[in-house]
Design a protein around this ligand. Structure first.
Ligand code: HAX
Length: 434
């Protein structure tokens, strides 16, 4: 397999670089930890390493060193399409190079070959109560696939440490191949009561196949969005909650299914992936209150009312970023080029002009700019995907690409089980005296 060969060819030099750093420079200090950080969610504590992506606070995510506009420009596209192959993005994350069209298509072909979902997974999903949250269903479906883990089987058979990454790569490809179908099945079953088994079309690319499986009216345009959405949501370095949870679980040598299910459970939280749906709800409540897109002053007051109620403005602020999220900008541009007159989009644009000022005046948020969640749901809503609690499922399908690429490299570079040290309050009080 092409990806396998490409990673295998790079491994000796990566292993040498990492071994040399740990062996010869292991005592070099790269940061310190303050009491504020211990109590403050470990912000800025430099304690993880990944080469798959890096969030620059001032310019945003770099996927293998490339900015969002560069990634969107350089990745190959399906013929006639405006947005790139998702398989090309996965190749970039795994291999570290922009693929040719043929290389991107090999990933798409691997996915097509691995897309089938076993019957027991559909049965399990159908047996769940209808009101089960969509993210619970997705996380369960991922766990239900765990029995097929190549990594778990080969580990039991005595696989050597050097080969862990190869088994992790098999799981990464299998899992990401099945997610669009699982997500679409959950969508149709939960919101429309359709329980017919779905099948992937091996001749369609990841985004086109997903648009067809979802059954949305404007499939061609939705396929463009699906590709963009999955690419933009794929990775945001290792410290965000879904990536970190996946990494932590994987570090125990749990396989990709266990690890990613853990990551999904983190993504389901309101301060993380759930913010997409919260942002659309907030925008709709503005439209509802004013009977349409309000004026700037009305919106300014509405935003202040939200803050004065003790609530956050969803989609704004970020733990690391200090500028508007380039993933927000990319989706805003996509939408403005296609449906500039959509009310929700016009409102999202106005909020982008007004809310940063409000947050600055309040003076609490370190970053008053929008994050990706401020706009993602607006685009889904336009295409008729209006079931809010499904938005985090879409985020999860995209996020799988980044976190499983990280798992492959973590196993390739022999990253150990993660085990930070905890202290007691009395110990910190003692430290505070010195
Ligand atoms: N509205 C109101 N207050 C906000 C705010 C916002 N959008 N963003 C930050 N603040 C407040 C925080 O609640 C915090 O208040 P307290 O001191 O009273 O606790 C203060 O500003 C400082 O927070 P911060 O240091 O700037 O931000 P954090 O690193 O603690 O948190 C969050 C980052 C993204 C969680 C935060 O900005 C937030 O709650 N935003 C709204 C929810 C949201 O959009 N989440 C999605 C984030 C992106 C993501 O992970 N997507 O999956």
């Amino acid at each position: 397999m092409l990806i396998h060969e490409k990673i295998a060819a790079q491994l000796p030099s990566w292993r040498e670089r990492v071994t040399r750093l740990a062996r010869d420079y292991g005592e070099i200090v790269i940061g310190e930890v303050t009491i504020a950080q211990v109590y403050g969610g470990m912000r800025e504590v430099r304690s993880l390493v990944t080469d798959v992506s890096f969030v620059d606070p001032e310019t945003g995510i770099k996927l293998r060193g490339l900015s969002v506009p560069e990634v969107l420009k350089k990745l190959p596209r399906p013929r006639g399409a405006k947005t790139p192959y998702v398989g090309g993005l996965f190749y970039l994350l795994l291999v570290g190079e922009i693929p040719s069209r043929a290389e991107a298509e090999t990933v798409e072909a691997e996915w097509a070959r691995r897309a089938e979902v076993p019957d027991h997974v559909f049965k399990m999903l159908k047996a769940m109560p209808r009101e089960t949250p969509a993210m619970t269903l997705l996380s369960q479906a991922v766990l239900a696939l765990q029995g097929g883990s190549v990594f778990a089987r080969m580990y039991q058979e005595g696989m050597k440490k050097d080969a862990y990454w190869e088994a992790a790569l098999e799981d990464a490809l299998d899992l990401t191949a099945k997610l669009p179908l699982l997500a679409a099945f959950i969508y149709r079953m939960k919101y429309f009561g359709e329980t017919k088994k779905l099948r992937s079309n091996p001749r369609q690319d990841y985004g086109t196949n997903f648009a067809r499986l979802m059954g949305v009216p404007d499939r061609k345009s939705y396929a463009e969005l699906a590709r963009l959405f999955f690419i933009l949501h794929s990775d945001h370095e290792s410290g965000n909650a879904s990536a970190h949870a996946t990494h932590l679980v994987g570090s125990t040598l749990s396989d990709a299914y266990y690890a990613f299910s853990g990551g999904l459970n983190a993504l389901a939280g309101p301060l993380h992936g759930l913010a997409t749906q919260e942002a659309v709800k907030w925008l709709l409540s503005v439209l509802d209150t004013f009977g349409g897109v309000p004026g700037r002053d009305e919106l300014y007051k509405f935003a202040w009312d939200t803050l004065n109620d003790g609530r956050v403005i969803p989609g704004y602020g970020h733990a690391v970023l200090r500028v508007p999220d380039p993933r927000f900008i990319a989706q805003l541009e996509f939408a403005r080029a296609r449906f500039p007159d959509d009310d929700l989009l016009r409102l999202a644009g106005l909020v982008y002009e007004v809310v940063p000022q409000v947050l600055k005046e309040q003076g609490k948020a370190k970053n008053p700019a929008p994050n990706v969640d401020a706009i993602s749901g607006t685009l889904q809503y336009h295409y008729g995907v209006r079931e809010f609690d499904f938005y985090t499922v879409l985020f999860g399908v995209g996020r799988a690409l980044g976190v499983t690429a990280n798992l492959v490299w973590a196993r390739a570079l022999g990253q150990p089980i993660e085990r930070p040290k905890s202290l007691t309050t009395a110990m910190l009080e003692e430290a505070a005296k010195t």
